[in-house]
Design a protein around this ligand. Structure first.
Ligand SMILES: C[S@@+](CC[C@H](N)C(=O)[O-])C[C@H]1O[C@@H](n2cnc3c(N)ncnc32)[C@H](O)[C@@H]1O
Length: 197
């Protein structure tokens, strides 16, 4: 998938013009995982609406994306955030090992083919500090067969299998708020990296 081309052609149906209501709900109901002052990473941030929402909660968040155009659009959409955008491939960020207190996942995992999802879990583990959190909303029903995508759907069981070998599951649940059209299609999980990885 040429993500930059999608942004260049304005072919970005996933962009809803605002951060996900799931994140807004989590900030309210489980604030212990989103404490102000921490360092967060938002992989596959697109136009950065979640990055903005996280900043508004007092958290310094870096928006990461492989697409130059997405980040240009993010910069233009949120000039008040300053230089918080990083163009890189998530799978090539080993030089930032143990940098982040939180990784927020929203529609990056579903952009990754199934055979690369173990590597996704590995790099997220590497990027987090010991005792830090990986919180994500996972697309469990994309309306397409799992082999078709992106978005590639997942299941609670698949996410569990990929992350349980590295992290401890500390919270999960079905969000009560979603973007219109995504109701009942999402599942939230929060994982903690052990102190001694
Ligand atoms: C489906 S879009 C979602 C964007 C944003 N999270 C949203 O909901 O609007 C997936 C995003 O992941 C980015 N992406 C895909 N593979 C990536 C990788 N290996 N490293 C960093 N970003 C990646 C794409 O460029 C795209 O912006």
């Amino acid at each position: 998938m040429d993500w930059n081309e999608r942004y260049n052609n304005d072919d970005i149906p996933w962009d809803k013009g605002a951060g996900t209501p799931v994140l807004a709900e989590l900030l309210r109901i489980v604030p212990q995982y989103f404490q102000s002052g921490i360092n967060a990473l938002v992989p596959g941030c697109g136009l950065g609406h979640d990055v903005k929402m996280i900043h508004e909660a007092g958290i310094k968040a870096i928006g990461l994306d492989v697409s130059e155009t997405a980040l240009k659009m993010a910069r233009e959409a949120h000039p008040e955030l300053g230089d918080v955008w990083l163009m890189d491939d998530l799978f090539k960020m080993q030089d930032q090992a143990e940098t982040y207190d939180l990784v927020w996942e929203h529609t990056c995992y579903c952009a990754i083919p199934r055979e690369m999802r173990n590597s996704y879990a590995d790099i997220v583990f590497e990027l987090l500090k010991p005792n830090a959190y990986f919180a994500g909303v996972f697309f469990t029903d994309t309306g397409q067969p799992p082999e078709e995508g992106p978005p590639f759907s997942t299941t609670r069981a698949e996410v569990f299998e990929n992350f349980d070998r590295l992290f401890h599951l500390v919270w999960e649940g079905k969000p009560s708020q979603s973007y219109p059209g995504r109701e009942n299609c999402e599942w939230v999980m929060v994982w903690r990296k052990p102190i001694h990885g």
